[in-house]
Design a protein around this ligand. Structure first.
Ligand code: UDP
Length: 329
């Protein structure tokens, strides 16, 4: 068996794809998830322990029994507009939960940590594409909670022998090409999920939030990355740390932006459904454009994306959506 890897949030959308990828590589995986938004059926490798990161005692027990060699940390609240309404909940889950995890890691001598960060730490960046050195200036509580943890990790890595990789995800979308996993949250809000759910008739129409942004067509521009490519970025980061790599931060995107209107057009083509759209006000907390400068992770970690194709990303989301309704509804 390979190294023991503890994955928090491994029953969720991104975490479950990473757990599957870890299993395929022969790692010994344990998922810790409170199942607030995740699903036990999504954990395709290793055991699942239902545990909240705010329950430090239970976390300690899990560490004592499993003795992880590295931790990959997904468990967090992730919806920008919700974070604007519920900042305390976001800071508690995302910051206090992570501090508990880091303290328990320290108590048990675990020295390798991979953190799910986000492009939201950049706020409204002066330059696009965004380089990792860009100063962090989040404009919503979600981004602030992630930037706060990045700051903690930086300070901690200077003061101890813990090494971490923070992966700043741009817009993660799509689903497992083998059709076993995908976005399963009823409460999902992300654009591509909303498009395929509207195409499937689960939602009456798609909202387009804001048409007066300073972008070519007035709608927000994002860099959409396939979830399985993102999973491979975690494997690359893990191998890097296990080989003795030092702490670092990487953008995870393809370096190309699409507007909301472009996404909608491609989603209609891929699904073959001319679903209705409604133009709505801007959503609070949305920056106009987020596109990654995406070279560093290729150069340093040797990451090679396989699915850099928005049509393919949406096609896998669509394939999953049609299957999901048979599993969950
Ligand atoms: N968006 C939209 N309609 C939706 C969901 C999202 O117009 O139903 C827009 C949103 O305002 C933003 C972009 O799509 O400009 C990406 O939002 P998403 O929630 O997918 O990801 P975020 O960038 O907030 O992490």
């Amino acid at each position: 068996m390979g190294a023991r890897i503890l994955v928090t949030g491994g029953a969720g959308y991104i975490g479950s794809h990473v757990v599957k990828a870890l299993g395929k590589r022969g790692f010994n995986v344990l998922t810790v998830d409170n199942l607030s938004t995740g699903h036990d059926w999504a954990v395709l490798s290793g055991e699942l322990v239902v545990c909240d990161l705010l329950d430090k005692e239970k976390l300690r027990e899990v560490f004592s029994v499993f003795r992880p060699e590295a931790v990959i940390h997904f468990a967090a609240s992730i919806i920008v507009p919700e974070s604007v309404k519920l900042p305390l909940q976001y800071y508690t889950n995302n910051v206090v939960g992570t501090l508990n995890l880091l303290n328990v890691m320290r108590e048990h001598g675990v020295k390798k940590f991979i953190f799910s960060s986000t492009a939201a730490v950049y706020g409204i960046p002066a330059d696009i594409p965004i380089k990792e050195e860009t100063p962090l200036n989040p404009i919503n509580p979600y981004g602030s909670s992630k930037a706060t943890v990045e700051r903690v990790l930086k300070d901690m890595s200077h003061a101890s022998d813990i090494d971490y990789v923070a992966l700043r995800y741009f817009n993660v979308a799509g689903a497992d090409p083998e059709g076993e996993l995908g976005e399963a949250k009823e409460s999902a809000t992300h654009l591509i999920t909303m498009c395929v759910r509207t195409a499937a008739g689960i939602r009456p129409y798609l909202n387009i939030f804001g048409t007066d942004y300073p972008t070519p067509d007035g709608t927000c521009v994002r860099d959409y990355i396939h979830v399985s490519d993102l999973a491979e970025a975690h494997i690359a980061a893990l191998e890097y740390l296990l080989d003795g790599g030092s702490s670092d931060v990487f953008n995870c995107g393809y370096g190309r932006g699409y507007s909301v209107l472009e996404v909608v057009k491609i989603a209609k083509k891929v699904t073959g459904v001319d679903f209705p759209v409604e133009y709505a006000d801007r959503r609070p907390g949305d920056p106009p454009a987020l596109v990654a400068h995406a070279q560093k992770i290729r150069d340093r970690l040797g990451w090679q994306p396989r699915y850099d194709d928005l049509e393919y990303i949406i096609a896998t989301a669509w394939q999953w959506e049609k299957k999901r309704v048979t599993i969950l509804l």
